[in-house]
Design a protein around this ligand. Sequence first.
Ligand SMILES: Cc1cc2nc3c(=O)[nH]c(=O)nc-3n(C[C@H](O)[C@H](O)[C@H](O)COP(=O)(O)OP(=O)(O)OC[C@H]3O[C@@H](n4cnc5c(N)ncnc54)[C@H](O)[C@@H]3O)c2cc1C
Length: 338
Amino acid sequence: MSVKRFVIIGNGPAANHAAEALREKSSESKITMFSKDPFRSYRAHLLPDFIAGLIEEEDLYNRPYAHYNEMDITLRLGQRVVNVDFSKRNVILDHKEVVPFDGLIIATGGKPRIPELFQLFGDIMMTLKTPSDARLWIQKLSYVDSVLIIGGDLTSLSLTKALLKLGKRVKFILNEDAFWPVPLNEEIYRAVTGRLEQRGIEIVHCRRIRRITQLEENLLEVETDSELIEVGALGAFFGLVPDVGFLARTGLDIDRGVLVNEFLKTRFSNVYAAGDCAQVYHPVLRDYWISIGHENAIALGRIAASNLAGSHLEVQVEPENILEVGGVKVNTSWWTEF
Ligand SMILES: Cc1cc2nc3c(=O)[nH]c(=O)nc-3n(C[C@H](O)[C@H](O)[C@H](O)COP(=O)(O)OP(=O)(O)OC[C@H]3O[C@@H](n4cnc5c(N)ncnc54)[C@H](O)[C@@H]3O)c2cc1C
């Protein structure tokens, strides 16, 4: 039998656990992972600690290069997959290289969401997903004393802790995406804003932002319907959305993420999706759910790999753990507090 060629798109927790599970189950196969990021697999939840100066950048990375050699996994960093041809069964990289596969796992995770309303200001608004984003924050914070956070998802709360540690002034404009992926309700809103205010964070109560103007390199003016705010930096925290845009014209079923059945299989044979990029069918709810969360990524990565290697494992999720948040079914039980 010829050696199977498995390709994994991604180098986050879903991709790494998928690669390791594949290697356990298929010692002879050729496994190649692609990541558009130039850095090794990192612990995203530690990015705020890195910004606060509590840890070194090296502490973010959780798998040494030697690990991939030991597992006989080819890791190709800084290589973006721009297309997948499912009829010819190959992935296409941005430098036009074509890489064939017998089995594929898509584990491209999520990317920071900037709502349409704010997309014009995308260049001014800072986000936090990768070590490069964290380096940008560190650089910016060496010049500015105040930060306005708009949106206010869970990651922004841990960034806020880091900002306070650095002695920065923090203002918040919360919107309906606050605390994503936890659904926002009155009770949570009051509890969290109360706690933020106790820590000296100013909540800007407004219904809309009218204007954002960059006055100087490190000075922004934000006009809301209730007040005019001057800040040094602006953080946009509206949760993460599946990073699957490059797959839109491949024939894969895509809604918010890559649609997969309860076995994480797409409509193409031997093609699976796992982690934050997947939208998973629930046979009881007869609908698809997504989640953003570390444990989710690991569990789904392992299930996808096992099934690609011949198992028939079903994702087990209690229907009561799936909630509707902003019109999207979300499994919030996967979010692990680190
Ligand atoms: C600041 C921060 C704090 C967090 N804190 C927590 C927490 O406390 N608890 C928790 O449960 N979760 C937390 N999360 C969320 C958690 O990190 C994610 O849910 C998890 O990383 C998802 O894993 P994943 O493997 O699905 O995707 P990701 O970790 O997003 O990895 C995606 C990978 O795909 C690659 N990729 C994407 N597109 C392409 C392409 N076209 N070609 C090649 N490669 C591509 C990327 O380079 C990356 O390697 C946090 C996230 C952030 C950003």
